[in-house]
Design a protein around this ligand. Structure first.
Ligand SMILES: Nc1ncnc2c1ncn2[C@@H]1O[C@H](COP(=O)(O)OP(=O)(O)OP(=O)(O)O)[C@@H](O)[C@H]1O
Ligand SMILES: [Mg+2]
Length: 617
């Protein structure tokens, strides 16, 4: 009953009782005159007052109980709202919520905790959190740490933050960042933990530090290698003229050979350095990596010790990759040779290919350029493995654990630079004593480009065509002119694009434009070729460069599918590339008609070079 109704009823009852008492007193005395107010009426009023007292008490109690009930209801309502709010906060928090008692027994386990750990709420409630989430050998240490933290936790209302590595239900290690607070409730301590998975974040941070370091070292090495390349182009080029001149003088011929070999080694070194610095002049094309790996596996089988078993696991539906074929075969060889060196007592080398689709997270984790489709190549060995302490240094140039003379420490630097410059990524997993797996990710090919034809490098074939030769380095220009003329070609030299365009404007006929890509001054070689080919689609173009300034994805278009001769080069290579360019069949629109290509030459040349270098040591 409402308060107001209760009071109205009580007052009405009191009026009725008083009136009834008065009426009764008049009836008893026989007087009906209300002015005759004597003792019986006083008695009647006293009786009525006596009735009023319990009535008032009754009402007061009623009012009190009703107020108490209301307060209790309000409190219950507030408590419910507060509990709902807490649940909502726990549910919507991005971090996992884990509540335990002081002994680590789980009291609450949020949905996010299920996602973080793989254990459901049902499974987790009532269990020991340490047993559930910490690897067996670390449990005692973890508990001791918890016990030490408990007093501190109880004394700080703001709680404490800590990092730990926990085990997911799948057995995978997860790195977490937790903030914990202690609550004293009814004589017991309750510990509330908000837990965040920072595994990916940490990996990304490490990746960033590593890539910044690589970037800095890369810039330095790239700059030096670039300068050396121009000098080597002159040396390797002119040495053959010298060799020709002194071929009847054995002592001088021997010296010339020594100079030539030293220049070759210098060229190999600068090439690795440029690769690492991601400044190698790449010529990406659509590559069937399965075909390349099958060929490589056959070669390895023939050259590696029989104690090493070679297994291939190739995905039959592998996508084409868009990379430089020669560089890819060098990279795979470097990895295979490292694997061989790690398995001196024999073992198994497994080459695997598969398609992968990366989200941003996965792409960042392997340092790949973008989220998307990649061709994955895995090279796994069962060798010595790489100690954790040196793992982060293996990609550094000149880092080697091999004896002096056995390794220069440039192999992995080259592989790293190549993968990155190609817009891909690289990852290494290693367990000491059990083996190492390197995985490289290459961008999937999107466009169709020319596959260069395999030419026999031993035969030097010249020609009689006219070549417009654009090169801004005076020494290199002079050398190339001499080389081209010695091959029978007619040469129109130009020191830059402007000079070349002037020749073009005069209408002087020529069959091929041979131009450096990177040139000082306004127009670069690529732009020059663009202008000329736009006017004459069937014009043959051969690019040369010692240094790639373009981003990897601009690379394919940097050469418009035309061949690229990388500096430094020998006369034979120059001759071969010229014939390749001049003899490439073109259709009416000037588009090259693709010719089949074999990687065999590249790989064999590489192996020959490797073994001759080893013999020399
Ligand atoms: N598969 C592997 N197993 C064990 N250790 C490896 C493996 N690959 C690389 N390493 C370690 O990484 C180091 C660097 O390798 P990298 O290929 O860059 O240089 P290198 O092999 O020593 O010399 P180079 O390749 O220039 O001849 C090696 O010296 C070796 O310690
Ligand atoms: Mg190596």
């Amino acid at each position: 009953m409402k308060l107001r109704e209760l009071l109205t009823l009580a007052m009405a009852a009191q009026v009725i009782v008083t009136a009834a008492a008065l009426l009764a007193s008049y009836a008893a005395t026989g007087t009906a005159d209300p002015r005759g107010f004597g003792t019986p009426q006083i008695v009647a009023l006293l009786a009525s007052a006596a009735f009023a007292v319990p009535l008032a008490r009754l009402c007061t109690r009623k009012i009190e109980t009703s107020q108490e009930k209301r307060t209790a209801a309000q409190l219950a309502e507030q408590a419910q709202v507060s509990a709902q709010m807490t649940q909502a906060v726990i549910k919507t928090a991005l971090d996992a919520f884990i509540q335990t008692d002081a002994n680590g027994v789980v009291l609450e386990w949020s949905f996010q905790a299920e996602a973080l750990t793989g254990w459901t709420r049902q499974e987790a409630l009532g269990t020991d959190v340490v047993n559930l989430l910490v690897a067996e050998p670390l449990r005692d240490g973890f508990r001791q740490r918890m016990m030490r933290l408990l007093p501190e936790l109880s004394n700080t209302p703001i709680g404490i933050r800590f990092e730990a590595s926990l085990l997911h239900r799948s057995g995978e290690e997860i790195l977490i960042d937790a903030s914990s607070t202690a609550l004293h409730l009814g004589g017991r301590i309750i510990i509330n933990n908000f837990v965040k998975d920072v595994t990916q974040k940490r990996a990304a941070e490490e990746q960033l530090i590593q890539s910044q370091k690589m970037e800095a070292v890369g810039q330095l090495t790239g700059g030096i290698a670039h300068e050396f390349n121009n000098m080597l182009t002159v040396i390797t080029g002119t040495i053959e003229i010298l060799a020709d001149a002194v071929k009847d003088n054995p002592p001088l011929a021997t010296i010339t050979k020594l100079i030539s070999e030293a220049a070759d080694r210098g060229a190999a070194l600068t090439s690795s350095l440029l690769s690492f610095a991601r400044k190698q002049a790449l010529q990406p094309a659509e590559i069937d990596v399965n075909e390349l790996i099958e060929e490589l596996a056959r070669l390895l089988l023939a050259t590696f010790d029989k104690k090493i078993e070679i297994v291939t696991r190739l995905d039959g539906n592998i996508w084409l990759a868009f990379v430089d074929r020669g560089q890819l075969s060098s990279a795979l060889l470097n990895l295979a040779i490292n694997a061989r060196d790690a398995m001196l007592d024999g073992g198994k080398l497994t080459l695997t290919t598969r398609n992968v689709v990366f989200g941003v997270r996965e792409a960042v984790a392997v340092g790949a350029g973008y989220a998307g489709d990649y061709v994955e190549i895995e090279i796994a060995d069962t060798g010595t493995g790489i100690p954790q302490a040196i793992l982060e240094r293996i990609f550094d140039p000149f880092f080697s654990t091999k004896e002096v003379g056995k390794g220069t420490g440039l192999g992995l630097s080259m592989v790293f630079g190549f993968a990155k410059q190609s817009g891909g990524g690289i990852k290494v997993d290693s367990a000491e004593g059990r083996g190492t797996t390197f995985t490289i990710y290459l961008p999937k090919a999107e466009t169709s480009t020319l596959r260069p034809a395999g030419y026999d490098e031993r035969k030097v074939v010249g020609g009689t065509e006219t070549i417009l030769c654009v090169e801004d380095d005076r020494d290199v220009r002079q050398y190339v002119t001499v080389q081209l003329e010695s091959l029978g070609y007619k040469v129109i030299p130009a020191a830059n694009a402007t000079e070349a365009l002037a020749v073009w404007a005069k209408g002087t006929p020529f069959d091929l434009l041979f131009t450096d890509i990177v040139m000082a001054g306004g127009i670069n070689g690529r732009e020059l070729a663009d202008q000329m080919v736009a006017a004459r689609p069937s014009l043959r173009v051969l690019f040369t460069s010692g240094y790639a300034y373009d981003s990897p994805h601009a690379q394919g278009s940097a050469t418009m599918g035309a061949p690229l001769l990388t500096k430094p080069y020998r006369k034979a290579e120059l001759a071969r590339m010229l014939r390749r360019s001049l003899d490439t069949a073109v259709d009416a629109a000037g588009d090259p008609i693709p010719t089949p290509y074999s990687v065999q030459d590249d790989v064999e040349r590489f192996l020959r070079k490797q073994s001759s270098e080893r013999d020399e040591r």
